[in-house]
Design a protein around this ligand. Structure first.
Ligand code: BTN
Length: 244
């Protein structure tokens, strides 16, 4: 593994770490990995234009920044790989973590983290902004505003976690996984990633049945007609879906 220089920038309360990186990337080293974290976010963003609950001092709100030459073939898999890296670290800590396709971090069927990848495009290079939100020490009371079943490491394990230590471990693991992705593509992750998924063959999945993963990490869905379709992006509209 090649050694990658890593910088940690810790900020107080800002709007969003992803937004901060997009505004400041010119001053960040493109060759290294920069890990920007905030104590709180006033406008934390999730996938699908949702907001991300970001109470001060409780959780990890992080954006990892690095660059790759364009075109970068593995772009569609970055979010899956980051959620996988994070899940591997949490598994090692004894947390029964699973992934909900493509990149939600789940404990006992409740969401405790997610990934939002954004790209800064210029002619030759792509700035990769890899946002990770992980509910670490959030209390039950603070989860009430979240509209889906959600949890935190503290609620699930009954102990307070050191956010910085977790962040360092996740960053280190992700740097190694990113190198593997660069060299071998998502195929190297597929069986390990699939094992982490919460979905089982035949489970109801978006109006059809879950039938596993395609070689590219898309999800195979069997429609009621028996037709199998592949979904690559969780936010994609399903134009071919039959009425339930
Ligand atoms: C999701 O919807 O599952 C993705 C959530 C991603 C949230 C993180 S928190 C750090 C970074 N900054 C943001 O505004 N969003 C991401």
């Amino acid at each position: 593994m090649t050694r990658v220089k890593t910088y940690f920038i810790s900020l107080d309360v800002i709007d969003s770490t992803n937004t901060w990186v997009k505004e400041h990337h010119d001053s960040l080293d493109p060759k290294s990995m920069t890990c920007v974290s905030a104590e709180g976010q006033l406008q934390g963003r999730g996938r699908g234009k949702k907001s991300w609950s970001s109470p001060v001092g409780k959780n990890l709100y992080v954006s990892l920044y690095t660059t790759r030459k364009a075109p970068y073939l593995h772009l569609p898999h970055l979010a899956q790989v980051l959620s996988f890296s994070c899940a591997q670290v949490l598994l090692k800590e004894g947390i029964p973590i699973q992934l909900k396709w493509p990149n939600d971090l789940m404990i006992r069927e409740k969401k405790c983290g997610g990934v939002l990848v954004e790209v800064i495009s210029s002619q030759e290079s792509l700035g990769l902004v890899l946002g990770l939100g992980l509910n670490v020490n959030m209390e039950e009371e603070e989860l009430k505003g979240i509209e889906i079943p959600a949890t935190s490491l503290k609620i699930e394990t009954g102990k307070v976690w050191d956010k910085q230590k977790l962040l360092e471990k996740i960053t280190e693991r992700f740097i190694a996984d990113l190198q593997l992705l660069d060299m071998q593509g998502f195929a190297a992750f597929l069986p390990h990633y699939e094992k982490m998924l919460i979905h089982r063959n035949g489970d109801p999945f978006r109006g059809g049945k879950y039938r596993g993963l395609s070689g590219e990490g898309g999800v195979l869905i069997e429609l009621t007609s028996g037709k199998i379709i592949t979904l690559f992006n969780a936010d994609e509209g399903r134009t071919d879906l039959e009425s339930p």
